[in-house]
Every structure is written in structure tokens, then in C-alpha cells.
Design a protein around this ligand. Structure first.
Ligand code: HEC
Ligand code: HEC
Ligand code: HEC
Length: 404
């Protein structure tokens, strides 16, 4: 596999192949681009890295540009230093500010050596001519100088600084998670202007999903997950506790499932050191509560066959709902989406069959979706705020607008 890739690289870019040091650098760059998940955003109808995919932001869709070496429509005329500046400061060679839909607030932590390697890899891609519309935002966000103000408020450029009081493995994990992995872009809630909220790593809504708390809180975070549980989830998209779907399925498919074992362990070791932090949930609703009674009846009719009466599921097939982090997040978007439109989790080489959950949106109305969600969030020891029919209506609209 590695030999084939080398051969392909040699054929594709004979000039760039001066010596084996170059080849090592290019292979490292390819791996680092995988860690950074560049392909997920920069792939569109004209091919990998050729751009054109619209990225959702609170201000509108922003198209990811062409990263192939085409000199007119890609980054063919950029130097290594231009590329490093874009990654480190979010600035284009002509001085234009980039929007943080491009995760430069995280990539700023990446070493110059690593951005140079990524650049060397991008150089070996076939040049694809693909003009991408870069000016899709409405006024005033269309004015790129507005980003100067945003950067002042929310962005501090700076390379990752290793901590002397932590192990090399922890530092490697921190470098990956806080830098190329940009995990907190989703796992820390954004504030109204798209900056970090103060509740670091406590999870947040995104695109009609809810990215869970990754602190060591036992109920909402990964407090009960071992390093091995986290590694298995990132490598295969599934472990005995949960299965990755939605945006995390993409992260696993394009990025973490292709990382090496040592890096996955480093990431897990770092996450296991994040101090527990989560909003205190309200006391569980009584089984006599009207929403709980309706929810229970709906659960018995629609869900019990797979997830079992006691919420224990079937290991390796139907996820456990009792004690589940996904079920007990402050926001219900993931739960409602899964119930309304069904879900199929990611299939990886490590876990090739991906069981699916059928859609119930055609069968349950918005109040019923809310009630069954309220029920699973307050049964079997679970504790989380009740769900609302208004949220189910909103999710139904989102699912109808962008089915996936
Ligand atoms: C979450 C989606 C996302 C990911 C992941 C992502 N990018 Fe981007 N990137 C964008 C968007 C959107 C823009 C355009 C921003 C703008 O127009 O201001 C962009 C812009 C860029 C630019 C500026 C190009 C130009 O012509 O202005 C470069 C360089 C770049 N990305 C490189 C990368 C690399 C390298 C990676 C992986 C390490 C990566 N990106 C990962 C979304 C992403
Ligand atoms: C594009 C947004 C996004 C990014 C980037 C992202 N995640 Fe996630 N992550 C999610 C969502 C959404 C879920 C919930 C998936 C589900 O419920 O099926 C999730 C789930 C998880 C879970 C399972 C938590 C649980 O309680 O079930 C772990 C662990 C995790 N992510 C780790 C990471 C790590 C490590 C990174 C960085 C390498 C990362 N994530 C990057 C969105 C993201
Ligand atoms: C035919 C079997 C089946 C039925 C019936 C079913 N589910 Fe599921 N459910 C699944 C499977 C399989 C998954 C894992 C899907 C995935 O992530 O790809 C799942 C996932 C879930 C999850 C996400 C768990 C996690 O850790 O990510 C929740 C919550 C859930 N189901 C709730 C329900 C509720 C509520 C109902 C009834 C309205 C229901 N399910 C009915 C099979 C089923």
C-alpha cells in the first residue's frame, strides 16, 4: 500500500521528487492533512481538494476553496510561507482575512515544520481547474476587514507550547486535539458571534446535531470511558457505549480512522485529563409525569424491540440508552434528528457493518417525538431536561431542508 502510494507520487510529480527526504516529507504531509480533515471540507463536485463545498456558519454558507496547485483557481502560485501564514494567521497572500469557517483559530497551533509538510503534499495533487465563488456572505460579513474585529475578540495566534509537567504522550495529544484535530470547534459551544463560549469542552449544537461533552463528567462526558474506549470509537466509529453518526461519522471516516494507534492513544490520554465540567441536570421526572407516561407507551411500541425495555440495548448492535452520554446532553438535537429521520452510523475497516435505525418521523408527531425523548432522558437512572415539541418542529424543518 505504502509502496503503491510512493509509486503514484513519483509518477504524479517527478520534479518534486528530488530525494527521499522529500518523499518522507510528502508522506508526513499527507498524514497530517488527514489529521486536519482538510478533505472533508475542501472536496466538491470537481474532486478531492478541488473545493466548492459550502460550509454552514451562523452568517451563511462559505465555500471551501480549491487547494490543488492550479495556478489560476487553486493555490498554485502560493509559496510555502504564504501557506504557513494562512494556517497560522488566517490571512491570504493578498492580505485578505479568511473566515473562521476555515479552522485557522486551531491550525495556528501547528508547527511550521508540519504546515510545510502539508504544503509539500498539496503540491503533489493533480491541478484541477475549478473556480469557487468566495463571496457568498451577505453584508456586512461580506467585507473581509470585518474579520479584523473578530480576530481581536476571539483569535490569538500562537504555536502549541508543550507543558513540561505532562508526559510526551499527553503533549502529543494536546497538540493534535487543540491544533490539526480542531475537536473543540464542535465540542465547545460557539457564542452568538461564532467564538468559543466559556463552557470549554461541554458540548454544543451544530447543524442540527449536538456534539457531546468531552470532559470527564460521568453523566454527560467521557468520565466512564477508558482510554481504550475512546481509541476504539475514534478508530472504528463504534465501541460498546456509542456509535458515531452525523458530523462525527465524517470525522471518523476521513480522519481519525486513518490515524495511527499512537496518535489515537495520545488523543485519548489528553481527553481523559480534561477536568469534569457540566451543567447540573434537573432531578429526573417522576414516572407519573404525563409526558413520561405518554413517552413510555411510545417507547414500548416503537423502540423497545431494539433498545430493550431496560434501555440496555444489544451490545455491538443496538446502542445502550441507560447511562448514555448522547442521551443526556443539555441539547436534544441529535436525539430528535435520529428519531425523525433515522440514522446509519459510519462503516470503517475496523467495524465494516453499520446497523441502521429506522426513521419514525412519518409515524410520530412533534409532541410524541418530544415525549419519547423526555422519557429516555429520565429513565433507568438518566437525568436531563425535558424535550420540547417546538424543538422537534425545528428539527423536522432542518431534516426536510437537508436530508442526510
Ligand atoms: C471545517 C471546514 C474546513 C476544514 C476542516 C479545512 N478547511 Fe480550509 N477552508 C475552509 C473554508 C470555508 C475556507 C474559506 C474561508 C474564506 O473564504 O474566508 C478555507 C480556506 C482555506 C485556505 C485559504 C485558501 C484561499 O485560496 O484563500 C487554505 C490554504 C486552507 N483552507 C487550507 C486547509 C488545510 C490545509 C486544511 C486541513 C489541515 C483545511 N483547510 C481544513 C474550510 C475548511
Ligand atoms: C464537525 C464537528 C466535530 C468535530 C470536528 C469533532 N467532533 Fe466529535 N462529535 C461530534 C458529534 C456531532 C458527535 C456526536 C455523534 C453521535 O451522537 O453519533 C461527536 C461525538 C464524539 C465522541 C463520542 C462522545 C459520546 O459521548 O458519545 C467522541 C469521543 C468525540 N466526538 C471525539 C472527538 C475528537 C477527539 C475530535 C477531534 C479529533 C472530534 N470529536 C472532532 C462532532 C465533531
Ligand atoms: C430496528 C431497531 C431500532 C429501533 C426500533 C429503534 N432504534 Fe434507536 N438505534 C438503533 C440503531 C442500530 C442505532 C445506532 C445507529 C447509529 O448510530 O448508526 C440506534 C441509535 C439510537 C440512539 C443514539 C444512541 C447513541 O449512543 O448514539 C438513540 C438515542 C435511539 N436510537 C433512540 C431510539 C428511540 C427513542 C427509538 C423509538 C422511537 C428507537 N431508537 C428505535 C436501532 C433501533
Amino acid at each position: 500500500m505504502r509502496a503503491l502510494l510512493l509509486l503514484a507520487l513519483l509518477l504524479a510529480a517527478p520534479r518534486a521528487m528530488a530525494d527521499s527526504a522529500d518523499i518522507t516529507k510528502i508522506l508526513r504531509g499527507r498524514y497530517l492533512a488527514t489529521v486536519g480533515d482538510c478533505i472533508a471540507c475542501h472536496t466538491g463536485p470537481n474532486g478531492q481538494y478541488a473545493g466548492g463545498r459550502g460550509i454552514e456558519t451562523p452568517f451563511g454558507l462559505i465555500n471551501a476553496p480549491n487547494l490543488t496547485p492550479d495556478s489560476d483557481t487553486g493555490i498554485g502560485q502560493w509559496s510555502e510561507a504564504d501557506f504557513a501564514r494562512a494556517m497560522h494567521e488566517g490571512v491570504r497572500p493578498n492580505g485578505d482575512r479568511l473566515y473562521p469557517a476555515f479552522p485557522y483559530p486551531w491550525y495556528t497551533k501547528v508547527t511550521r515544520e508540519d504546515t510545510d509538510a502539508i504544503f509539500a503534499f498539496l503540491r503533489t495533487l493533480p491541478a484541477v481547474r475549478n473556480t469557487v465563488d468566495r463571496d457568498t456572505l451577505p453584508f456586512p460579513f461580506s467585507v473581509r476587514t470585518v474579520m479584523r474585529g473578530w480576530n481581536l475578540l476571539f483569535f490569538s495566534p500562537g504555536y502549541y507550547e508543550p507543558r513540561a509537567d505532562r508526559s510526551a504522550e499527553w503533549n502529543r495529544g494536546a497538540y493534535l486535539v487543540e491544533g490539526l484535530g480542531h475537536c473543540s470547534a464542535c465540542h465547545t459551544a460557539r457564542n452568538a458571534l461564532g467564538g468559543d463560549s466559556s463552557a470549554a469542552w461541554q458540548g454544543g449544537p451544530l447543524q442540527g446535531w449536538f456534539a457531546p461533552n468531552l470532559t470527564n463528567d460521568a453523566r454527560q462526558g467521557v468520565g466512564n470511558w477508558s482510554v481504550e474506549d475512546i481509541v476504539a470509537y475514534l478508530r472504528t466509529g463504534a465501541n460498546a457505549r456509542s456509535r458515531a453518526s452525523g458530523p462525527m461519522a465524517e470525522v471518523v471516516g476521513y480522519s481519525t480512522s486513518l490515524m495511527n494507534e499512537a496518535d489515537l492513544r495520545a488523543i485519548a490520554v489528553y481527553l481523559k485529563d480534561l477536568p469534569a465540567a457540566a451543567p447540573t441536570p434537573p432531578a429526573a421526572l417522576a414516572t407519573s409525569d404525563p409526558a413520561m407516561r405518554t413517552g413510555e407507551a411510545l417507547y414500548v411500541d416503537n423502540c423497545m424491540a431494539c433498545h430493550r425495555r431496560d434501555g440496555q440495548g444489544v451490545e455491538g448492535i443496538f446502542p445502550i440508552l441507560a447511562g448514555s452520554q448522547v442521551v443526556q446532553q443539555p441539547g436534544t438535537d441529535t436525539l430528535m434528528r435520529i428519531i425523525i429521520s433515522g440514522v446509519r452510523s459510519v462503516a470503517t475497516d475496523g467495524a465494516p457493518t453499520s446497523p441502521g435505525m429506522p426513521a419514525f418521523g412519518w409515524r410520530l408527531n412533534d409532541q410524541q417525538v418530544a415525549d419519547v425523548v423526555t422519557y429516555i432522558r429520565n429513565s433507568w437512572g438518566n437525568q436531563a431536561p425535558a424535550a420540547s415539541a417546538a424543538d422537534a418542529t425545528r428539527l423536522r424543518g432542518l431534516v426536510a431542508a437537508a436530508p442526510h
